[in-house]
Design a protein around this ligand. Structure first.
Ligand SMILES: [Zn+2]
Length: 365
């Protein structure tokens, strides 16, 4: 059952993940491909696992439900986990030349071009894509999510989707069943205990339950709701929205990569705007709402998340890395559609408080 459940999660992540760029033709292709690979047993990460932040990675059993998350006093106040402004990584290079990659482009073998152009402008994206391609849970993620792109410009317009989906593929391929891995950078990854849904032997609830909260109505044009928050969380059928907290964190992890990649290749868009900032802003909003709903209505679930040092670190890392890229891309209209509407929702005091509560549980002052 464990194996089947993870497979179902994998499929739904893929199906859901394609919604970001309005692509609709490749979902079923990858669903078929992932059926073949998820049972292949490629569950280990090779020699490039540098461990990243391992301080909190191996958590203990959550404390008894006292309503007060346990304190972790090992985090320092200079950590980006406590202050997102302290997060830094080498940013993409949007002005780096891709001329040599373009000159070598081969429409019948596009993967080398993907690697070369990403290496020039977003090396972290190259790492994620290449690792996803080499050991990912889905076969040939880079090629499949390129669709019919047949020119260098068309390919570069698809790279944010490629990195996003290969990121899913990589994360799903790592760790044992019952674990959730988030690869943020070559030197920063986390593997947490399963945060899957309650109705399928997990510890958290269906993400679509946040549709019923007080915040859903504040963004009636939420483009992502139909894609990620679909279905009935209480019926017998499996729908993408049935997935638990792990899937929300995983999508957020990849939407950061989507934004970073689109920032790197913005000069290839031909004047069109993308939803690059919208995606990650929406998922930060979902994470906050999920935490608030858990804390107020599902105390056992909140105890699991807030009492798990690895999940605290995963959320706080997503938050910090997301704001690194949101700040970097502030005021770039080609990288957002509803961003000006979404950002205040994420930063509203009552929802941002959920991040502060996790920081307190993590030992931040
Ligand atoms: Zn996705």
């Amino acid at each position: 059952m464990r194996r089947l459940g993870s497979l179902i999660s994998a499929l739904a992540l893929v199906v859901s993940g394609c919604g970001d760029d309005g692509d609709d033709g490749t979902n079923m292709l990858v669903e078929d491909a992932s059926v073949d690979t998820m049972f292949g047993g490629t569950d280990t990460l090779g020699g490039t696992d540098t461990g990243g932040d391992t301080t909190f990675g191996d958590d203990t059993v959550p404390a008894p439900d006292t309503g007060v998350p346990p304190q972790d006093t090992t985090v320092t106040q200079t950590s980006y986990l406590c202050d997102e402004n302290l997060y830094s990584e080498t940013p993409p290079s949007p002005n780096a030349s891709v001329a040599s990659a373009v000159a070598a482009f081969n429409a019948s073998n596009r993967v080398p071009f993907i690697y070369q152009s990403l290496e020039a402008r977003y090396p972290i994206g190259r790492y994620i894509t290449e690792q996803g391609q080499l050991r990912g849970a889905f076969d040939n993620c880079a090629e499949i999510f390129l669709g019919n792109a047949s020119t260098p410009v068309e390919v570069m317009n698809r790279l944010s989707t490629v990195v996003h989906e290969c990121g899913h593929s990589l994360d799903l391929s790592i760790g044992e069943f019952g674990e959730d891995t988030f690869v943020f950078r070559p030197d920063l990854q986390l593997t947490c205990k399963d945060g899957d849904t309650t109705d399928r032997y997990g510890k958290t609830f269906a993400r679509s339950l946040i549709n019923g909260d007080a915040y859903a109505a504040t963004n009636p044009d939420d483009f992502y709701r139909d894609v990620y928050m679909d279905g009935d969380p209480f019926n017998a059928a499996f729908e993408g929205g049935d997935q638990g907290f792990n899937s929300v964190v995983e999508e957020a992890t990849q939407y950061i990569n989507s934004l970073a990649t689109d920032y790197a290749f913005e000069d290839q868009f031909g004047g069109y705007s993308t939803s690059a900032r919208d995606g990650i802003l929406t998922f930060l909003w979902y994470i906050e709402r999920y935490l608030k709903l858990a804390r107020e209505s599902y105390p056992g679930v909140y105890q699991f998340i807030s009492g798990d040092a690895c999940y605290r670190e995963a959320v706080l890392t997503v938050w910090a890395r997301a704001w690194f890229y949101l700040n970097l891309t502030e005021g770039r209209p080609a990288l957002e559609i509803d961003g000006p509407t979404l950002k205040p929702l994420v930063l509203s005091a009552d929802l941002a408080n959920e991040i502060q509560l996790l920081r307190q549980a993590h030992g931040c002052q």
